[in-house]
Design a binder for this molecule. Structure first.
Ligand code: CUO
Length: 752
């Protein structure tokens, strides 16, 4: 009997040891299996649609943060080992493949794997062709192909663990910006990873947002810090990159704002070119989002007494304004190319990006062909077939503006004829960013116009995009004006519109605020404490829209309405009120939302922080580490959980205004949701925070009207028997109202 007991005890002990060993191995792999750590989401929340079921583990978010930290760091020993094992496996695989091709067939048993099921990273030849520490530009075709290769490789990962393994294989082999682009792309796009959040790109690449002198200052501060100091903080701004000698400097606070540059990086990540991403109305949103950025830039230019931006239409005369970014491309102090004042765009003859020699006249030729298409009313595809250009179509036929956006942007897989209409927008970015060294004679890097995270810092970005927008506007003004029927909703009257902030009506206040970012997440300062950078930025006191609607008590009342809010400066540079056509391109969308209509008086109170263009939550690494995963991520209060970074920064929702107060006009229009709504497919998911500018991932753009409606077209000549000369003439319709407001810049700290 005692023998049996001893035998059983030994078995139990062995089982316990086995259990402990398995547990330890699982823990080492990062997996957690206790119910406390495992979260099963009901659904991925977005409005009323159903979503993917998700399994969330706290450790997955931490692993993603770890993958994104310090992109410039050299590979660890483990990563080097992993890579060399892969290299051996790849050699073996290629030997086996070679012998098979030499008619010595080798039959593997089912399930046999050589070096794992995924392709070894040695095959990432395009991705590895971009040197580390140099420019990665999605405006360059060869870089887009490299990005596609790496994104595809990461997309094959079926779990965060597997993604991490692939990341470790390639880290240190590929260009850092390409690496972060591909990793972020995958986290946003893979349905099973969308519950994971991306930290601010400012923390991943601080050197793209603060000048090299500030980075050096941060290093010195870190070195000087005493042991009892918990963090090191260095301030940057509001002086930015030039001096008051240059008028353009007056809007440096806007161009160099960290939030708008992060937004632009994210937007191009969500709507990439040549990456096989087919998103609803992609071309149209390319037009609209950039047009809206121009409208907002012009509002701030008028705020500081500058004229609206001039398009860069003549390539044969010098560009008056230079730009010296003072940022570094990598952690070794390599700087971006600078542009002297009065530089002339030249034919592209560099050989460092795999591009063929390229003449400025090709840009002019592409532009001319696109203009011909607009005026003739159709695009011509490779086979000579004509596709008409009109915005009066019913889905699924694409609007003309959508086709033109695809053609101009230009995604070669979507453009109707990329050989004929070319690569106008992207190559414009390239030749401008090579203006200081077009033949690479000085071995200078490209300028900031080559990168989506930095391009908006340069004044020429807006001049270039105004030129691009001009093409779209050429098309838009030949579309028939909206009819009274399309504009009106007679059963609803907008009785009054107001904004309220700090107890004041129709008076909004702007000023300065600061935001701290942990630069030591992206750069290694050799410090044992967080090294922070404090960035100054424009801000405003939050406000509330107060809108009163009177709905008919009888008759056909819509159940739900769309409320569209725009804002524009009231006066032009000369202090004169603008005509409809002059003001048309200055209307900035502020918000767009639906409202359940009840008969009689409806009083809508809508917070500025709920805007459909903004994404008010830009998370830092620390936010994401400290924020526990919610127990019910599908609940409305946890929709932030599905954050994916795209969206105009909340702090830039308002233009600066003037210190003496600057008059603006609010325009509120109510339309029938039944005519605006779009039937969404099942499974639509996430990224809905800033739908106006970013659309919704996996879903159709949530508004059936053309983007920019009703200001995207010229007005009808007559409305209700009277001419239409100004936007206010549209208020003859009951569903439209306007309100004068004032924005006052205090030049003081705004604390919230
Ligand atoms: Cu966003 Cu030119 O498209 O920069």
């Amino acid at each position: 009997m005692s023998l049996v007991i001893a035998y059983m005890s030994t078995i139990s002990l062995l089982m316990l040891l086995g259990w402990w060993l398995v547990s330890w191995l699982l823990l080492r792999s990062g997996a957690k299996w206790t119910t406390k750590n495992r979260k099963i989401t009901d659904e991925c929340h977005l409005g009323h649609t159903t979503k993917y079921p998700l399994i969330t583990m706290d450790s997955e978010q931490k692993q993603v943060l770890d993958m994104l930290q310090r992109p410039f760091r050299l590979p660890t020993q483990r990563e080097r080992q992993l890579r060399s094992r892969r290299a051996v496996a790849a050699d073996l695989l290629s030997t086996l493949e070679k012998s098979r091709s030499e008619s010595h067939p080798i039959v593997f048993e089912v399930g046999t794997r050589v070096g794992g099921s995924e392709p070894p990273p040695q095959r990432l030849t395009l991705a590895r062709s971009i040197p580390r520490g140099t420019v990665f530009s999605i405006f360059v075709k060869s870089h887009r192909l490299a990005a596609k290769e790496l994104c595809d490789y990461f997309m094959e990962a079926s779990s965060v663990q597997e993604l991490r393994q692939r990341v470790e294989e390639v880290r240190g082999l590929v260009n850092e910006k390409l690496f972060i682009f591909a990793l972020s792309f995958v986290i946003i796009r893979k349905p099973e990873m969308r519950h994971l959040r991306l930290p601010s790109i400012v923390e991943i690449f601080p050197c793209m947002f603060v000048p090299v002198t500030t980075v050096s200052e941060m290093e010195q501060e870190a070195r000087k810090s005493t042991p009892d100091q918990e963090i090191v903080v260095t301030e940057y701004g509001p002086e930015f990159s030039s001096t008051h000698l240059k008028p353009e400097h007056r809007v440096a606070y806007w161009r160099e704002d960290y939030g708008i540059n992060s937004h632009h990086w994210h937007w191009h990540l969500v709507y990439p070119v040549d990456l096989g991403v087919m998103r609803d109305r992609k071309g149209e949103l390319f037009f609209y989002m950039h047009q809206q950025m121009l409208a907002r830039y012009d509002m701030d230019r008028l705020s500081v007494g500058l004229n609206r931006v001039q398009k860069l239409s003549n390539w044969r005369i010098p560009i008056p304004d230079g730009y010296f970014p003072k940022l570094t491309i990598n952690n070794a102090g390599q700087t971006w190319g600078s542009r002297q004042d009065n530089s002339l765009v030249q034919d592209y003859r560099r050989e460092d990006f795999g591009l063929l020699p390229f003449d400025v006249s090709e840009l002019e030729q592409w532009h001319s062909r696109i203009m011909d298409a607009i005026h003739q009313g159709y695009l011509v595809d490779h086979d000579g077939n004509q596709t008409r250009l009109t915005d009066n179509v019913k889905p699924p036929e694409k609007r003309g503006i959508d086709l033109l956006g695809d053609t101009v942007e230009a995604d070669s897989s979507i453009s109707l004829n990329s050989l004929f209409y070319g690569d106008l927008h992207n190559m414009g970015h390239v030749v401008i960013s090579a203006i200081h060294d077009p033949d690479y004679a000085h071995r200078e890097n490209l300028g900031v116009m080559s990168d989506t995270a930095t391009a908006m810092r340069d004044p020429v970005f807006y001049r270039w995009h105004k030129y691009i927008d001009d093409i779209f506007q050429e098309y838009k003004v030949i579309q028939p004006p909206y009819t009274t029927e399309e504009l009106s909703l007679s059963s609803v009257e907008v009785v009054s519109v107001a904004v309220e902030s700090q107890g004041q009506k129709n008076q909004l206040i702007t000023g300065w605020s600061t935001r701290d970012f942990e630069a030591s997440r992206g750069l290694d300062f050799n410090a044992d404490k967080p090294v922070m950078v404090r960035l100054t930025h424009l801000n405003h006191h939050p406000f509330v829209y107060s809108i009163k609607l009177q709905a008919a008590n009888s008759g056909s009342l819509p159940k739900e309405v769309t409320v569209r809010i725009f804002m524009a400066p009231k006066l032009n540079e000369r202090g004169v009120e603008m005509s409809f056509m002059e003001q048309r391109l200055l209307w900035a969308e502020m918000d767009r939302f639906t409202h359940d209509l009840k008969p009689g008086l409806n009083h809508i109170l809508r917070s500025s922080t709920s805007s459909s263009i903004t994404n008010s939550n830009e998370f830092t690494f620390r936010d994401l580490e400290e924020r526990p995963n919610p127990d019910n991520p599908g609940a409305p209060e946890n929709t932030l959980f599905n954050f994916c970074g795209c969206g105009w920064p909340q702090h830039m929702l308002l233009p600066r205004g003037k210190q003496e107060g600057m008059p603006f006009e609010l325009f509120v229009m109510v339309t029938d949701w039944n005519q605006d709504k779009v039937a969404q497919p099942d499974g639509a998911c996430s990224c809905s925070a800033a739908a106006s500018f970013c659309g919704i991932l996996d879903a159709l753009y949530p508004d059936a009207r053309p983007m920019g409606f009703p200001f995207d077209r010229r007005p009808m000549p007559m409305l209700l028997n009277r001419p239409v000369g100004r936007a206010s003439d549209l208020t003859r319709l009951s569903n439209i109202a306007m309100q004068d407001i004032t924005i006052t810049f205090t030049n003081a700290q705004i604390t919230q």
